[in-house]
Design a binder for this molecule. Structure first.
Ligand SMILES: [Zn+2]
Length: 258
């Protein structure tokens, strides 16, 4: 099952942001420079100290339910403030439930069991279940706002992992979700990423892998990472969960029609 989630990100690079975050000498593609920018919260961008850094893991731990510790060994950690580290538990739970419902891997049955338990609790249960005329459950509804938040958070997380600094908080982000509706334009963007770059992962490739790169469809590419320019207009990002569920995330500097 392929659920396509589009994020239209309208990005303004102010001059000071440009100098602050996109000076091409200030980072290294393979090994993000641990300068002061690396101690800004990956999500809201506020400066952090050793004391106020509440390091966040990408992706969240509930996606590893039922897996052994070896799956988490390479899980990447990024700087986060207290609020950004703590405000996403419902968001994380909603996405875990979605993955649990669409899961077909028997080795993830623990995750599915937890998802079912979680969805059987509380007032949200009734509004979540879709029934047919005979009263049987025919589907489960998910809060797409929470699902969108989840992908935005992970997009910001892999952006930080890749470049060593956060996307500035001044970015205006628009999110558009289209299910089961993959246009030729979407496919071109997805194929650009998949055909030209290699997947990276955090934790384990079976759990979470991603591609994040500037979007330059006319450039000559050699499968190496592109180092973004200060004026980089578009980023494309694929987030793949459990090898089956993929989200497409786009970031841009102006209103992008796709
Ligand atoms: Zn924060």
């Amino acid at each position: 099952m392929f659920l396509l989630i589009i994020i239209r990100d309208i990005v303004n690079f102010f001059i000071e942001m440009k100098n602050k975050f996109f000076n091409s000498n200030s980072y290294n593609q393979d090994r993000p420079v641990k300068m002061k920018y690396a101690m800004n919260c990956y999500n809201c961008g506020i400066p952090l100290t050793k004391k106020t850094n509440n390091g966040e893991h990408v992706p969240p731990k509930n996606l590893f339910e039922g897996r052994g510790p070896e799956y988490k060994i390479n899980r990447k950690k990024i700087p986060a403030c207290y609020d950004c580290n703590n405000k996403y538990s419902l968001t994380d739970e909603e996405f875990r439930n979605l993955i649990g419902v669409i899961n077909k891997h028997p080795d993830l049955s623990a995750l599915t069991e937890n998802a079912v338990k979680s969805m059987n609790m509380g007032a949200a249960k009734k509004s979540r279940m879709l029934y047919d005329e005979s009263g049987n459950v025919k589907g489960v509804a998910f809060d797409l706002n929470e699902i969108k938040k989840f992908h935005i958070k992970n997009f910001k997380g892999v952006f930080f992992i890749q470049y060593g600094y956060p996307i500035p908080d001044s970015y205006r982000i628009l999110v558009d979700i289209k299910e089961n509706e993959v246009t030729d334009g979407h496919l071109r963007i997805i194929n650009y990423a998949k055909d030209n770059f290699t997947w990276k992962y955090s934790g384990h490739p079976d759990i979470f892998s991603y591609i994040i790169q500037p979007f330059r469809p006319r450039a000559k590419l050699d499968s190496k990472d592109i180092i973004p320019e200060s004026s980089e207009k578009y980023f494309v990002c694929l987030l793949r969960y459990n090898k089956s569920h993929t989200a497409l995330v786009l970031a841009d500097t102006k209103n992008l029609k796709i």
